[in-house]
Design a protein around this ligand. Structure first.
Ligand code: UD1
Length: 348
């Protein structure tokens, strides 16, 4: 059993990982400032896991508070999801993105030193592969400097790697492809604030009538149907991958290791839309639009390293990703409700 501080634990991937941690016998400690999530997620997680969860409403860009939480909780490991993640917004507000994403990382590392925490797994992204040839493999150089968001992932990977050379820590760099789906209960899922940028949240907002139509960005790519190919991965598989990575670090001497979390298969924009239509029984109003700036025609993972080393593979299909997304959307057409959770936060 490990005590695992989950930074950003109320967010989309963080919340699903909390459930997997409890199921695997670990003890999560959630820290979130609810800047892109809702406190009610804590109640949903307690209902799903049937256990009382320790959580803090705290901002990890504050070093004093971060260290105080580590002193109090003495975690064995950290899973680092805390950061800003909208590509377009990062171009508009680069300093805010760098400050938030970097300071959060620095403070978690200081906190780890305070409590002698040994393991950290980081929520990185396939975006670090930039224009490398596909499929992406972990030993390719992490290069993306297209946006402050992408570059903050590269920089954080570097900070963690350099720190591990001199500190008694082990680092897992988890490079996610395109996470979608929701917990099969329909009680937790993806609920981005504002206008969604990513494809599945955009589909969901059209399906629930929050947006009038779905724009398909680019239909003249060199792909079978002209739309971009991406490697969509179910958030439940992704969450299980975090537990596998933590268990691996605890059992090996590895200092730093990157793992791709994807299925290894490309699905086009139109294929995903059609799969969602099949799962929901709806016909979505679509408009073909010009290419979106910065989009690559196609990328997917070479997912073999995670399979060999972690014994992990993505198991859920595109149809399951769509069915689970739709279930969460139907149960929460307006997203998560506002308001305070019943569960009380831990106090410093
Ligand atoms: C995007 C980011 C990436 C980030 C990832 C996860 C860009 C250029 N890339 O990846 O850095 O790590 O999200 O947050 O923003 N699409 C539509 N209509 C929509 C929305 C998307 O056609 O309303 C298309 C896009 O053009 C793309 C595909 O759907 O071809 C997938 O887009 P998206 O979900 O944003 O993911 P990525 O571009 O792979």
């Amino acid at each position: 059993m490990m005590r695992v501080l989950v930074a950003g634990g109320a967010g989309f991937i963080g919340s699903h990982t909390v459930v997997k941690l409890v199921e695997a016998g670990h003890e999560p400690i959630i820290v979130d400032n609810f800047s892109n999530s809702k406190p009610v997620v804590i109640d949903r997680l307690e209902a799903l896991t049937g256990s009382h969860l320790t959580w803090y409403n705290a901002d990890l860009t504050n070093r004093e508070i971060t260290e105080a939480i580590f002193t109090q909780e003495q975690p064995d490991a950290v899973i680092h999801f805390a950061g800003l993640k909208a590509v377009g917004e990062s171009v508009e507000k680069p300093l805010w993105y760098y400050e938030t994403n970097m300071n959060t990382t620095f403070n978690l590392l200081h906190g780890m030193a305070t409590a002698e925490t040994r393991h950290i797994v980081f929520s990185s992204s396939a975006t670090v592969y930039g224009n490398n040839p596909i499929p992406f493999q972990e030993d390719m150089e992490a290069v993306n400097s297209l946006s402050p968001y992408g570059y903050s992932k590269v920089a954080i990977e570097r900070v963690l790697t350099d720190t591990a050379k001199v500190a008694d820590i082990q680092v897992g760099l988890l490079r996610y492809f395109n996470p979608v789906g929701a917990h099969p209960s329909g009680t937790i899922g993806e609920d981005p604030l504002g206008i969604p940028n990513n494809l599945m949240p955009a589909i969901a907002s059209v399906a629930t009538g929050r947006r009038e139509k779905l724009y398909v960005f680019g239909t003249d790519y060199p792909t079978p149907d002209g739309t971009c190919l991406r490697d969509y991965i179910h958030v439940q598989d992704l969450a299980a991958g975090h537990v596998a990575a933590l268990d691996y670090l605890a059992a090996h001497d590895t200092k730093v290791r990157a793992w791709n979390f994807g299925t290894g298969q490309g699905t086009s924009v139109l294929e995903l839309i059609h799969a969602f239509e099949k799962a929901s029984g709806l016909t979505l109003p679509i408009e073909y639009a010009p290419r979106r700036d910065g989009d690559r025609d196609a990328f997917w993972a070479d997912a073999s390293r995670a399979k060999i080393e972690l014994g992990w593979t993505a198991e859920k299909t595109i149809d399951e990703m769509c069915a689970d997304t739709w279930r969460f959307q139907q149960a929460n057409p307006e997203g998560y409700p506002d308001g305070d959770p019943i569960s009380r936060p831990a106090q410093l």
